[in-house]
Design a protein around this ligand. Structure first.
Ligand code: ADP
Length: 372
């Protein structure tokens, strides 16, 4: 057996999974939390893997999730010192993520010096977007400084859109798909023949859909207004839009499992929250339908998308004129498998496909190192 170790280093945690190279199945996995020293955290990962079995000795490559690859990376890349420097240079674009991703990479390269390490970027899949999708209508000097739409969750959008084509038995290069990745963070993408042509997140992961604690789209004048009328600092506004907005602001909770009971108990704020949340999704479905022209498949994925039939039903209601005909009983049938939730005669096939970013990172790591 050969294994790929997949690492996702956050500011205070290291998630890891040992993936069997042939099947893509997980042999071990876990999370080390409350990490303050990533070198020590990495040693704990190794200890936990050794305790789980002898597999660790057969790690042939390490795949790292890296949030921002900027314009530099449209594909995964084998990490060397120059790649580390580029990830560092991109840190201003993702100050909460890239610096800790890099700390994780350095600790892992020290711990596993003899195998290739690969960076798989959240932004990479979206690098195929055309200029008219990624360009903001803002002063040229800002654009020249790298201010543009990048998009995130790319590993999930790539995996899920490809799986949709496999599941439907259609060539990936011929299928037009909208992917709705609805987790705590949420984003939509329009994928035309396997190439991303638009996505809802932008320069940062704040733009687009309403999320657990993030506002998604707001009037860009909001920051200026709040600073003028309330004297709020840019840092305060940034924090509030990222951490104190979205469903949490509207309903008091960011987890749908806590919001639906409130809705059922007659809480009007919670009911409005779900209307705002699902209306935004519907608007993006309509927009991406227009972008794609012909829509073949609409796919729900991630925590909410995979597990919450009520949100799916609300998000799809009224979309019959777009050829989207959900099947209520298929939608509510409990399952953790990839499945169709539209009627057999629906022009657009609606699917639920569980995402698996670690498996995708392992697949891409093997492909770029030629170890497949
Ligand atoms: P992350 O962005 O942290 O990876 P996930 O994709 O795991 O997030 O999604 C987490 C969210 O999924 C939770 O906040 C919750 O709203 C939703 N969720 C998870 N399980 C369920 C469930 N069984 N029913 C409804 N919603 C769920």
């Amino acid at each position: 057996m050969r294994y790929v170790l997949v690492l996702n280093c956050g500011s205070s945690s290291i998630k890891y999974r040992l993936v069997e190279a042939g099947s893509g199945d997980a042999a071990a996995g876990g999370i080390v939390e409350r990490v303050t020293d990533h070198g020590a955290g990495m040693r704990q990962v190794i200890d936990e893997l050794e305790a789980a079995g002898p597999e660790l000795r057969q790690v042939v490559a390490v795949g790292h999730r890296v949030v921002h690859g900027g314009d530099a990376y449209a594909e995964p890349v084998v990490i060397d010192d120059a790649v580390e420097r580029t990830i560092e240079e991109l840190s201003p674009m993702a100050p909460l993520h890239n610096p800790v991703n890099l700390i994780g990479i350095r600790a892992a390269r020290a711990a596993f010096p003899d195998v290739p390490h690969v960076a798989v970027f959240d932004t990479a899949f979206h690098q195929t977007m055309p200029p008219e999708a990624y360009t903001y209508a803002i002063p040229r000097e800002w654009t020249e400084g790298g201010v543009r739409r990048y998009g995130f969750h790319g590993t999930s959008h790539a995996y899920v859109s490809r799986r949709a084509a496999q599941f439907l038995g259609r060539p990936y290069t011929e299928l037009n798909t909208i992917v709705l990745h609805l987790g705590n963070g949420a984003s939509a993408s329009a994928v035309e023949g396997g190439r991303c042509v638009d996505t809802s997140m932008g320069l940062t992961p704040l733009e687009g859909l309403v999320m657990g604690t993030r506002s998604g789209d707001v009037d860009p004048a909001l920051a200026a207004f709040l600073s003028r009328t309330r004297g709020l600092s840019v840092a305060d506004i940034d924090h509030a839009l990222n951490h104190e907005s979205g469903l949490r602001a509207l309903a008091g909770h960011n987890d749908l499992r806590e919001i639906w009971p409130l809705v059922d108990a007659g809480d009007t704020a919670a009911a409005l929250a779900m209307q705002v949340y699902t209306r935004r999704i519907r608007k993006y479905i309509g927009a991406y339908h227009a972008v794609l022209g012909r829509l073949d498949a609409l796919v729900f994925t991630a925590g909410v998308g995979e597990n919450d039939p009520r949100t799916r039903a609300m998000a799809l209601s009224g979309l019959e004129p777009l050829g989207i005909r959900p099947d209520p009983s298929a939608n509510t049938a409990p399952s953790h498998e990839a499945r169709v939730i539209s009627t057999p005669d629906s022009p657009v096939t609606v699917l639920v496909i569980p995402t698996d970013e670690e498996r995708e990172i392992a697949t891409q790591t093997l492909a770029v190192t030629g170890l497949t």
